[in-house]
Design a protein around this ligand. Structure first.
Ligand code: HEM
Length: 409
């Protein structure tokens, strides 16, 4: 590939994260020296690592010249043995007309107006969960007792599933995202359990319909024949993964960032109008997936990248880590500073771009804004009772997550 500099150090992706699961230092080095560089993926497949905001935005927004369909057996793979990337019926892994067909089915459930309608219910759930946290007394692990519980409940409300059923889904999410955190047999058992659960749930709802997203999906299948039975099960899987893990990690990483920079917490205490901006900046600063976030795309023709860093050749795989986009100093000056007064309209890219742009974006914003407001209202003296460096982080999964977040108030 023209213009692409071969990095001079070991090129095995992913690279080690920086302190507190921040952007890998190798990204900083490469962005300066070779913003498009060759890497070897954990599967042994080659890919181009793209680290400039401008190029990442252009690639993710260009559905014509970059495809997410890697179903061809000879196509490169990001990780070996990771179920979520292997399901060809999952919308996230589809391209073109089939992908659009599925997006259209769920579109009406994810409009900004629908998300706004959830706001009061989100606050009620947040308050109920924080009542539990308060009752437990400090220190409380906010990750297990709050960050995971809120999005699980919201996905349940969205789909019309009981909270108890929702709690069962968490183990399945971990199994789908496991690279080697969970032994393959256990992971496959969990995946099979989900499928049996989903098939039974869909049958039950065919017999006793409600008026939730799951019923809408079933009707799209049964009445209009707009998706297959397999796609219906995979849609359920995609919504459960998309709705849970990202939000849980966004909450815990955002709280950690605010606790590390108490002056930003004080700023929000003094001015709640900053909350929407704070949510975007916190996502940029410490995005849910960390250094390995982002999905592979394949070039369907030669593409010259807008930064001038090089030309991607037809058939090459590109990897566009979202944390790299949010930490490009050309797009966000002093990217390691957490600031709620950033000017301009530059997208942090944390919800993607193009046709795969996160459908849950509006709901996610409502959830995260509500969480910040409730924590500020109820726990103005929130703090970490341990040093941030002592916090445990996950290994062996797609994305780095906090395993626990003790807080006191
Ligand atoms: C902070 C929270 C969230 C973040 C940062 C996030 C981020 C993203 C990103 C970056 C993508 C695009 C991936 C790509 O094209 O490479 C995506 C897709 C997706 N997200 Fe989200 N998401 C969040 C919350 C949610 C929620 C709450 C839901 C649903 C309830 C959801 C459901 C999905 C689905 C189904 C897709 C696949 C869309 C497609 O392939 O067309 N996400 N998300």
């Amino acid at each position: 590939m023209e213009g692409v500099v071969m990095a001079d150090s070991a090129d095995s992706f992913p690279f080690s994260d920086g302190p507190l699961a921040s952007q890998p230092p190798e990204f900083v080095r490469r962005r300066q020296q070779c913003p498009v560089s060759h890497v070897t993926l954990p599967t042994g497949d080659p890919a181009l690592l793209v680290l400039k905001h401008q190029d990442i935005e252009a690639i993710m927004g260009d559905d014509r010249r970059f495809t997410r369909d890697l179903s061809d057996p000879s196509a490169p793979r990001l990780f070996p043995n990771i179920l979520v990337l292997e399901d060809p019926e999952l919308m996230m892994n589809m391209h073109g007309d089939d992908h659009l067909r599925l997006r259209r089915i769920i579109a009406s459930a994810f409009t900004p107006r629908r998300a706004e309608k959830w706001r009061d219910e989100v606050r009620a759930i947040v308050d109920e969960l924080l009542d539990d946290v308060e009752r437990m007394g400090p220190p409380v692990d906010l990750m297990a007792n709050f960050a995971y519980r809120l999005p699980t409940r919201m996905v349940c409300r969205l789909l019309g599933i009981s909270d108890d059923e929702g709690d069962r889904t968490l183990g399945w999410v971990a199994a789908w995202l496991s690279v080697d955190a969970i032994p393959v047999e256990e992971r496959d058992k969990a995946a099979a359990e989900f499928t049996a659960w989903a098939v039974a749930l869909i049958e039950e709802r065919r017999a006793n319909p409600q008026d939730a997203l799951l019923d809408h999906l079933i009707s799209a299948r049964d009445v209009d024949d707009r998706l297959t039975e397999g796609e219906l099960v995979s849609m359920l899987r995609g919504l459960i993964i998309g709705g849970n893990e990202t939000i849980a990690n966004a909450i815990s990483r955002s709280v950690l960032s605010l606790m590390r920079f108490p002056e930003r917490w004080e700023e929000l205490l003094a001015n709640r109008d900053l909350i929407p901006k704070a949510v975007e900046e916190l996502l940029r600063f410490s995005p849910p997936g960390g250094g390995a976030s982002g999905l592979l795309r394949l070039a369907t023709e030669d593409v010259e990248l807008p930064s001038g860093a090089g030309t991607v050749r037809k058939g090459q795989a590109v990897l566009t880590p979202l944390v790299a986009a949010g930490h490009d100093p050309e797009a966000f000056p002093d990217p390691e500073e957490l600031r709620f007064d950033r000017e301009g309209k530059t997208s942090t890219m944390q919800f993607g771009a193009g046709r795969h742009f996160c459908p849950g974006v509006h709901l996610a914003r409502v959830e995260l804004q509500t969480v910040l407001a409730a924590l500020l209202d109820r726990f103005p003296k929130l703090h970490l009772p341990v040093e941030p460096e002592e916090l445990p982080w996950s290994e062996g999964s797609y994305g780095t997550s906090l395993l626990g977040l003790p807080v006191a108030w």
